[in-house]
Write a protein that binds this ligand. Sequence first.
Ligand code: SF4
Length: 529
Amino acid sequence: MRAEGIETVRRILCVFPRYTSSFGTFEYAYPLTDGVQAFMPPQGLLLIAAYLPANWPVRFIDENIRPATTEDFEWAEAVLVSGMHIQRQQMNDICRRAHGFNLAVAIGGPSVSACPDYYPSFDYLHVGELGDATDDLLARLARDPSRPEQQVVLKTADRVAMTDFPIPAYELAEVKKYFLGSIQYSSGCPYQCEFCDIPGLYGRNPRLKSPQQIVAELDKLLECGVTGSVYFVDDNFIGNRKAALDLLPHLVEWQKRTGYVMRLACEATLNIAKRPEILEKMRDAFFVTIFCGIETPDPEALKAMQKDHNMMVPILEGIHTINSFGMEVVSGIIMGLDTDKPETGEALLAFVDESRIPLLTINLLQALPKTPLWDRLEREGRLINDDDSRDSNVDFRLPYDQVVSSWRKCMEVAYEPEKLYARYQYQCDYTYANRIKVPVTPEQKSWANIKRGLIMLRNIFWKIGVLGDYRRVFWKFALGRLRHGDIEGLIASTMIGHHLIMFARDASVGQQNASNYSIRLREASVPAE
Ligand code: SF4
């Protein structure tokens, strides 16, 4: 559904801000690809672009790919921006540049919805999800695109049902320049983990699109040129288990119809391991990765953060079950919890070894606004919001330097090339072997795809196998994969592995943020051309 009944035509520039370099966006892998420049197409901004009146010309710029230029700003009559807290400084910078052209700038998305006061310079604040605030904003821009005299805050009271969402305007994005494709089926999560802002922002009763919408979106992604991996950005894919079960047969059918062109991934709670009927269908739909917020292997800590649902099955058993359905587990881990002890780092490294999870995003605890954690720390006087030199706004129970050095040590040891490649070797031998055997598609056999693979292999062999300082470990793994004819596994593991190794090295010497949510600015903002 689009906004309707608007006659005036406005030219809209949608600008997505740059990310600060982070563990989860895989920058170090990009030079090994055939031209990837950014992580995932932003769902929110592409959704708004699709919602605009059909006769409004739209330009979409992802500044992770290229900065908005003078020509873009001169073309536009108004600018829309969206992003997360970690992009706050870059969003304010886009606003500053747009104002240089006297353009009205509106901001929406999760960051402004949680913290409107982070964005004092914007002309319009769109707080909340797609809904009556969006219609109000578009009506105002249609009437008069010039900058209002003072900031206007529009809050969504009546949300558009997700079943009425238009397909995001994937056609506006340079989809081939993204590391992963993205898609969204549901929004919200029934749990209430203390540190998480999802239930507060999007509710505890997940809202849903229909399976038919998802099939249409997959068709469109394919039409736009997305193949490879597509990530369901849902907060919790099994937030509504019945809905997941309703969707999966449609995904299986779609994969059969299109020849399994996409490898699927999602985020879900670890208690998915208790649902073999879901895991089985996910295997059939060619889900290959699940991100689980394991957070910590310490039961006492899980209880304290209200994440008891992670203990519905013993954690290692849960991971093994998911692996047995062919899906690799990616795990979020948090350090700096109130329950942490001096030996927490050692325990975490033992868990990394035992779980054989290759990719764990290990972050320092950060209190996000609109979370129970924030409220508690505020009551306890333990929020530190005025010290830019810190990687976390939490006054930890343990000394700050001890927590940070423990985090650095964990990053250093967990991502030693030998250890990481041993974990990948296990995944190849056990997890990947449990995947369904999919047919080789005409797309895979096409010259374009072969050329792509050759470019990536050349980059990997040269940059890691010849120039890399861990080439001995690399070749041991790579030759094994080559002997098995597993080129895809070789490319995927070594490419991601390279990012993890290089990022962890930077982290262990203090050159990277210890929190994905930290807004410490380590990169200059993007100037207009
Ligand atoms: S399960 Fe995940 S999405 Fe849900 S509240 Fe906990 S951390 Fe947030």
